[in-house]
Design a protein around this ligand. Structure first.
Ligand SMILES: Cc1ncc(C[n+]2csc(CCOP(=O)(O)OP(=O)(O)O)c2C)c(N)n1
Length: 288
């Protein structure tokens, strides 16, 4: 059992309405950052917002005031190119000043285009070379077993990313080590750099594949906070094997002209496009 240390998230219970509001603001930050940087990846950052916000606001035990707390839960952003969603979430939680978001991808910035723990030590792993994060997360989960399960490890992967061979070596090994302290998530937005996943290298039947590798598989709507949080909670109850959450999402979610458009995988919005996107996101604010 993890030690009874109070962490920020243990104290927080937010309503779904509050979570939706955070997600909307995180999306606005993502657009602002990318427009300011003039490069980066909007599609896969926007699709993962509810997943990342749920983890850091409601699920993981962590403490922005003590980022090196040894028993903190670990999060590996295996799809490192989507780091704007992680930066925007961590800044809101107080890991670093929100103004710093606007330094994304600038020379000398701590906010590199892919997560760099040498610059920001609370980023758990240097990622961006796709296919490697799950292996890193397995190492962290094995280490946690040695520490009597002191922390849970989460790993967020892209769907296109799972076409990498190393993912399947990791997929085979995690159940062998009975890593019930590991939860992986696939951001199943069905888009990758060169097209839709079904055109480039179809992943279906995706749930059966992970099940065949002896993972517990949960399939959810990755934009429905209720479903996302319920899946993360269920994953914590699974014994003797890891859990894979297949989260159906929309690439570019929240910005009409980016949704499901492959061109927005790795292209920053112009000033005018950013203004349009931000206005749309502002209009999504729920009244009351
Ligand atoms: C090993 C490796 N090959 C190629 C790339 C270039 N690359 C960056 S993002 C990307 C597409 C990733 O697609 P997906 O995993 O589906 O991410 P998402 O749609 O969630 O952004 C590629 C090929 C890379 N980062 N790493």
């Amino acid at each position: 059992m993890p030690p009874a240390i109070e962490s920020m998230t243990q104290r927080q219970t937010l309503s779904y309405r509050e979570l939706k509001e955070i997600a909307r603001e995180v999306r606005i930050d993502i657009i602002r950052m990318l427009a300011e940087a003039g490069s980066g990846h909007p599609g896969g950052s926007l699709s993962a917002v509810e997943i990342v916000v749920s983890l850091f606001y409601q699920i993981m035990r962590h403490d922005p005031k003590r980022p090196d707390w040894p028993h903190r839960d670990r999060f590996v952003l295996s799809k490192g190119h989507a780091c704007p969603v992680l930066y925007a979430t961590l800044a809101r939680l107080g890991y670093f000043p929100r103004e710093e978001l606007m330094t994304l991808r600038k020379l000398g910035s701590r906010l590199q285009g892919h997560p760099d723990p040498a610059a920001l030590p609370f980023l758990e792993a240097a990622t961006g070379a796709l296919g490697q994060g799950l292996s890193v997360a397995i190492g962290m989960a094995l280490a946690s077993k040695l520490e009597k399960n002191a922390w849970h490890t989460y790993c967020l992967m892209g769907d296109g990313e799972t076409q990498e061979g190393q993912v399947w070596e990791a997929a085979m090994s995690a159940p062998k080590f009975k890593l019930d302290n590991l939860t992986a998530i696939i951001d199943y937005n069905k888009g990758q750099i060169d097209g839709h996943t079904w055109e480039v290298m179809d992943l279906e039947p995706i749930a059966d594949k992970w099940r065949a590798f002896n993972w517990k598989v949960l399939t959810i709507d990755g934009h429905d906070f209720q479903k996302v949080i319920a899946a993360f909670k269920e994953a914590r109850t699974i014994k003797e094997r890891p859990t894979m959450i297949i989260a159906h999402t929309v690439k570019g979610k929240g910005v009409s002209f980016m949704e499901n458009v492959i061109a927005w995988h790795g292209k920053a919005p112009s000033k005018e496009e950013a203004e349009k996107a931000i206005q749309e996101l502002k209009d999504q604010k729920e009244e009351g």
